[in-house]
Design a protein around this ligand. Sequence first.
Ligand code: TYD
Ligand code: MG
Length: 458
Amino acid sequence: MAKAKNVFVCQNCGNKSPKWVGKCTACGEWNSFEEEVELRDKDLAALTFVAPGPPLGDKPLPLDEIPDQDLPRLDTRNQELNRVLGGGLVPGSMILLGGEPGIGKSTLVLQLALGLGALRTLYVSGEESPRQIKLRAERLPQKGQGCLILSENSLEKVLHHAHTVRPDLLVVDSIQTLQTQSLEATPGSISQIRECASQLMRLAKGTHLPVLLIGHINKEGGLAGPKVLEHMVDVVLQFEGDNQHVYRVLRATKNRFGSTAELGIFEMSGQGLREVPNPSELLLSQRDENLSGVAVAASLEGMRPFLIEIQALVGTAAYGTPQRSATGFDLRRLSMLLAVLEKRAGFKLASKDVFLNIAGGIRTSDPANDLAVVCSILSSDLDLALPRHACFAGEVGLSGEIRPVNRVEQRVKEARKLGFRRIFLSKYNAKGLEEPPPGIELVFCAKVEDAFRELFAG
Ligand code: TYD
Ligand code: MG
């Protein structure tokens, strides 16, 4: 076995150096090197992925001779969480949940543990005392009896308790607070995170115990710690949302057992997180008046259609350089759309301030929202409200053309369900489209000007 030696490791990217350096040569971060113990061969071996289930021997097998996964998934009794996980917790899987401080990670996981009823959960917290956790639990509607709370930082003790308690789910809040005695590095350092996670991984794979780790994120918004943690775990969940708003979105950025396109939506209330099975109704609830600068996009996140309200404010720039700002929408995409409106459709926006906001604090990346964004900007610029019962789904290309979007039928159906009577689509979506449900008119446009003419002329 190789001898343990000390190295300096960049706490930002994991780059190693035999001596201390001020600036990381790999990621450019300053002052990020800390001395750590180099992992030994034995520890590195622990990082290798061991599949759940009984060993199948060491010879290669054709696919149809490999038995199916025999253990059923554990139902989390939370539809939104189940959806994002791809249908429940897979036995022996390791899940990493990341998110901004205060977003509700601990609350979500405690609700999951208490919602499991008599199933036993070992909830290890290195951040809060059992009393604090009890205080939180008292606010929550779930009152499961099987949740055991342990306030602990030592990995060895956690493993010991996991072996004696034999829980159905192990929760670690958070992986950055765990520390193993086999390494000298401080808790939260890259070697500690890697080593603790790999030991928990072995526990998960060896005993079919699902393990849920909560992870801190760094100032850039990524999960703190080396990328190796994300590579190692089976599922990476990101809990996000705006602290000023009540909506929280849970998405999987990696999922070995399901799709990463799914999305879970929650609302933070006085009694913890509430599932939001029908997001459109909530996001559109404040539409009593006809205001200019508001457009509704028939958006799709994963498999799930929902309608979101897009608000724009266009005004004359008070200073030399016009301001452009976007909340919940990519700023570069907004600049691109403004350039298209200026150059291809002849709207003079270069000297105007443009502010764009997605209502509810939701962040979207569906390109089909482009058309609603463009229409909300034009509506605000002209100070003319858009027709109340119209919504939009179309991508805008660089020459001002409206490009087709996927899953049109689903978007049309959702719009119809919520009482919209007209939906603006790309003309290229017209062919191959099923008969629309009665009561909604499909307006096909080839270019931004077509939509503009249809909305504002006459
Ligand atoms: P928390 O789960 O501690 O966040 P994290 O673990 O991600 O840091 O969430 C804390 C926030 O949620 C806190 O600001 C209070 C709020 N909250 C509610 O609004 N209602 C509740 O019922 C609970 C338990 C928390
Ligand atoms: Mg927490």
